[in-house]
Design a protein around this ligand. Sequence first.
Ligand SMILES: Nc1ncnc2c1ncn2[C@@H]1O[C@H](COP(=O)(O)OP(=O)(O)OP(=O)(O)O)[C@@H](O)[C@H]1O
Ligand SMILES: C[C@@](O)(CCOP(=O)(O)OP(=O)(O)O)CC(=O)O
Length: 397
Amino acid sequence: MSVYVASTTAPVNIATLKYWGKRDKNLNLPTNSSISVTLAQQDLRTLTSVATSESFPEDKLWLNGKEESLQSERTQHCLQDLRDLRKQLEAADPSLPRFSQWKLRIVSENNFPTAAGLASSAAGFAALVVAIAKLYQLPQSYSDISKIARKGSGSACRSLFGGYVAWEMGSNPDGSDSKAVEIAPMEHWPQMKAAVLVACADKKDTPSTSGMQQTVATSDLFQERINVVVPKRFEEMKQAILNKDFALFAELTMKDSNSFHATCLDSFPPIFYMNDTSRKIVKLCHFINAFYGETIVAYTYDAGPNAVLYYLQENEEKLFAFIYKVFQNNQGWDSKFSAKELAKFSEYFSTNVEPKLTTVLDDELHKGVTRVILTQVGPGPQNTTDSLIDPSTGLPK
Ligand SMILES: Nc1ncnc2c1ncn2[C@@H]1O[C@H](COP(=O)(O)OP(=O)(O)OP(=O)(O)O)[C@@H](O)[C@H]1O
Ligand SMILES: C[C@@](O)(CCOP(=O)(O)OP(=O)(O)O)CC(=O)O
């Protein structure tokens, strides 16, 4: 029995200009273009291996060690599109093995919690699509392949690229121009860092897909957002990235997060993703920027209460004087900083911040957070020699 195997990793991306709203649910076509930053894979990544063999009786998926259904319409859509592209290759070259007819085994692992509002579906679908495209040796560009990932989960199309990425909404009814493109690679602005403050949360309020539908159907504010606010902001944010203008990038990022959550609140019945902790972190960020008289941090929130803070390496000490002070009891610091480095943040706080503070910081705020993930801008999907499939059996290792 010949078993053919391919593997890839794929990153998480966190939008700075949010995708919210579909104009076509089946094809996952958005009502606005969006922009994101791809995060480093050391902390947040999916590893996916795929195998195909004439002897496999059915398609199968194992996610984080457990067998899961592959029956969702979205996954089926992705598999069908990939098989169609492979079929074209096989038609052009009859010597190729008939992978398009054979069943697939997919084994995937996320190195972070799945379905915890950390964009696991984005990394997951990106990895799935890239791994199969690799197995099938498809010649299409990553922008073309991103259209298939998009059908799995909209935000997944942006995880096909590293650095700074746009999802161009397109206008064709068949979705052929709704794809991800690179705005700039990570090397363009490698100083961008991200601190994820993972909030304590039960299941999310409303899944993204149904939340979007509700907003599209009921919010008046949403019409202003997609027709006026986002088109202008999309161009401005692209320029801010190209010019490495952090103050502008940060302001647009914060405003866009607020605008997206405002349309959620304006939906009927309203949808609440941010909680009290999220709102206090928003206030803390504005306080920090006002304290220094300069914008050194931006917050953004997806469809859940976790905060993602973007900042530049050069401002880490200034920012962490506050953030470490408030969240030092949360796990996640020791893996990135030595005790000496952490002591420097405390020292900066007691020397430069504390004497000038006019307000008392909330010493209970850390209780609403479970852990911090300290990371940075990162590359797109990576080739890997790690494999989750045993090629002699075609089963998970
Ligand atoms: N590695 C993976 N391979 C394939 N599918 C995955 C993978 N990881 C996650 N998924 C799919 O994504 C689902 C989780 O998506 P969901 O949108 O609920 O959470 P999330 O992406 O972590 O959060 P959010 O979209 O709010 O950031 C999983 O139930 C699974 O179907
Ligand atoms: C708030 C968001 O994170 C929404 C992401 O929505 P999904 O991509 O998870 O939605 P589906 O296309 O229905 O799978 C904003 C963003 O990532 O742009």
